[in-house]
Design a protein around this ligand. Sequence first.
Ligand SMILES: NC(=O)c1ccc[n+]([C@@H]2O[C@H](COP(=O)([O-])OP(=O)(O)OC[C@H]3O[C@@H](n4cnc5c(N)ncnc54)[C@H](OP(=O)(O)O)[C@@H]3O)[C@@H](O)[C@H]2O)c1
Length: 227
Amino acid sequence: MTKSILITGATGNLGGAVTRKLLADGYHLYTTLVPNEKAPADERIHAKIVDLFDEHDCAVYVDEIFDSGDDVHAGILLVGGFAMGSLTETNLGALDKMIRLNFYTAFSMAKPLFEHFEKKGGGQIILIGARPALQASQGKQAVAYALSKSLIFHLAEIINQTGKDKNIHASVVVPSTIDTPPNRQSMPDADFHKWVPAENIADVIAFLLTESGSMLRETVVKVYNES
Ligand SMILES: NC(=O)c1ccc[n+]([C@@H]2O[C@H](COP(=O)([O-])OP(=O)(O)OC[C@H]3O[C@@H](n4cnc5c(N)ncnc54)[C@H](OP(=O)(O)O)[C@@H]3O)[C@@H](O)[C@H]2O)c1
């Protein structure tokens, strides 16, 4: 059976590195496209237009993936985005935008994945948190972002509790600042060496999928390097 993984946000800076690493490790990947986005040429990647804000669309895609007969190991849910804004600058509109982008996109796939993992007898869900959700000192200038990412940690805890004795578990990978072109552009004076290359985060994610990594429970991995 083909070892497969569902990954969202595969076209992003982190997603690209994770995609390369998982293909090198022999996985086939299922990913999502936004309308008018070109499908990847690699035949090991199956891509479909899916609206991550549409629960039905997500559930149908996950059904299709499991119906393929592949051995689906995990979902790696990477979609997310950042916005600045202090407490007094944050309104419900800003909160709504961040919660939809950082939380709904993960929840809408995590739920049908969980249902299939229950039937299959196990599986892993890997989510991406952020340090501002863990440390208010970091989150006070990006309040909507911090609050939206805090839901990711709670979702992982709920998956872990609900998945206990079902061999279903969730991990949260928490990067500090990823060394990406957009981050270099917006913080040109920062010491980039203190940041985390996306390839190192991809290696951490790949480890979580190994036999040893899959023994970990209630995992929150802080990939901070020196930043
Ligand atoms: N960058 C950092 O320093 C940092 C730090 C901590 C945590 N994180 C988290 O790490 C994850 C990846 O970050 P990144 O820097 O790689 O981000 P990125 O380069 O901006 O990639 C984001 C990905 O999400 C996709 N996406 C955005 N909105 C979407 C939507 N509505 N529907 C479907 N897909 C959508 C993008 O697709 P398109 O390419 O089509 O837009 C892209 O594939 C995010 O969850 C982020 O919050 C990042």
